[in-house]
Design a protein around this ligand. Structure first.
Ligand code: HGY
Ligand code: MN
Ligand code: MN
Length: 410
């Protein structure tokens, strides 16, 4: 059995149409575009006879029944939401690839020993509530109803209300949590989102470890005042404090480990007008590494630098952690299955870490996970220019299919 190139290409291209504002793809979970994309996928699931379950916050599980339905299923999928002005492949390659595996089984009248479930995760990017991998955190019991009542959109709507308004039922969260041991294995096909596979001309990355992440919100509070009339020595300028702190963040990462990264991607001044010293400046810091300890070390340095910058500029500062995801290691047996299947398919593969975070980070709390990467052309992602060849996507989907077939027979 093998996956169908034109069907993969058609489905990924169709998914990119559920997007009302360019440039690139901006399809946040619970938006109109998201609900349309969900309907499109659910129609396909129905057409191939998958039994669909949508959980309390919109994670979709589409089940292809096995010969022994009582056995724990193998699951595979990814997210269907995007960042703002992102690309058409992030998340979608793994979602469509997993769906394609069910389509191939169906058209070959193949029935695996174990059930196989296609999963589409909700709110992986954190675009609505600034909490990444929310859907998988919820389904693994790491976030609950009370958290959703505290998490908010930038307009101040709670996650609980946003999710309810979209037609889901967050009150059902406790009964939808999946316990450890209820899933045999979880697999995710994904674009690399960096340069290595493309630069070194490899088709496949078999993932050895997935970076964790820690998201902080640093807020400096100073004294709003007239931009022209206030002499420099009388200022308590939070923008000066913020810039002093931000200028140190690059070195905090570089000096910690070779794989640590830190990014300030969002900054906001209030009242954000040219002729007033701001009252307040706040920004996000996204810290990643394949070791939890080094992320903690960077966070400690960040807090120290923030306090120093606040003192230098007569400001107050808070440094709040908004979200964390643990770094995880992939088990040897999972890597070896993928290695054997890649070699049988004659695929050019390497072992590599993932710098990006994925729903697999949280699925690893309840089952064994495996990830397969395909190249990102020019290593770009979270941009409209994000691109992966459909030939590589098919190769990744074939490896995913063969890994699923192997695991469902265990
Ligand atoms: O941010 C990430 O690592 C992922 O794309 N959500
Ligand atoms: Mn992403
Ligand atoms: Mn992704």
């Amino acid at each position: 059995m093998e996956t169908n190139f034109s069907r993969i290409k058609e489905t990924i291209t169709d998914m990119s149409r559920f997007n009302s504002e360019g440039p690139g793809i901006s399809r946040f979970s619970y938006s109109r575009d998201d609900l349309k994309a969900r309907k499109y996928l659910l129609d396909i699931c129905e057409s191939i006879g998958l039994k669909v379950r949508v959980d309390a916050v919109g994670n979709i599980f589409a089940r292809y029944e096995g010969l022994q339905p009582e056995l724990e299923p193998v699951v595979s999928g990814s997210h269907i939401d995007s960042v703002k002005s992102g690309g058409m492949f992030d998340g979608i390659v793994g979602s469509v690839g997993a769906l394609e595996c069910a389509r191939v089984m169906k058209e070959n009248n193949f029935v695996p020993k174990r059930p196989y479930e296609v999963v589409f995760y909700a709110e992986e990017e954190g675009s609505n509530f600034q909490v990444p991998v929310m859907g998988s955190k919820i389904l693994t019991g790491k976030l609950g109803i009370e958290d959703l009542k505290k998490m908010k959109t930038l307009d101040g709507e709670t996650a609980y209300d946003t999710i309810k308004k979209a037609g889901f039922n967050p009150d059902k969260i406790p009964e939808d949590v999946i316990e450890k041991g209820k899933i045999k294995a979880s697999l995710e096909l994904h674009i690399e989102q960096s340069v290595r596979l493309d630069l070194e001309h490899h088709t496949i990355g078999i993932i050895e470890g997935i970076a964790g992440c820690q998201w902080y919100r640093v807020t400096f509070k100073g004294k709003q005042n007239h931009a022209g009339a206030t002499p420099m020595h009388l200022r308590q300028d939070p923008m000066c404090a913020a810039s002093e702190c931000i200028s140190k963040i690059k070195d905090m990462a570089k000096e910690t480990t070779k794989t640590a990264v830190a990014t300030v991607g969002f900054i906001e001044a209030k009242p954000n007008i040219p002729n007033a010293i701001p009252a307040e400046v706040s920004f996000t810091v996204d810290i990643r590494d394949i070791s939890n300890k080094s992320m903690d070390d960077i966070a400690i340095r960040l807090k120290k630098e923030a306090e120093k910058a606040a003192k230098n500029n007569g400001c107050e500062v808070t440094c709040e952690c908004g979200a964390t995801s643990n770094a995880i290691e992939i088990k040897d047996y999972m890597k070896n299955i993928m290695k054997d299947e890649a070699e049988k398919l004659g695929l050019d593969y390497i072992f590599m870490p993932s710098g990006a975070v994925h729903d697999s980070n949280y699925m690893a709390e309840i089952t064994d996970v495996g990830m397969i990467f395909v190249p990102s052309i020019d290593g770009r992602s979270h941009v409209p220019e994000e691109k992966t060849s459909f030939e590589d996507i098919k190769a990744g989907a074939d490896l995913l299919l063969n890994t699923i077939l192997k695991l469902t027979e265990e």
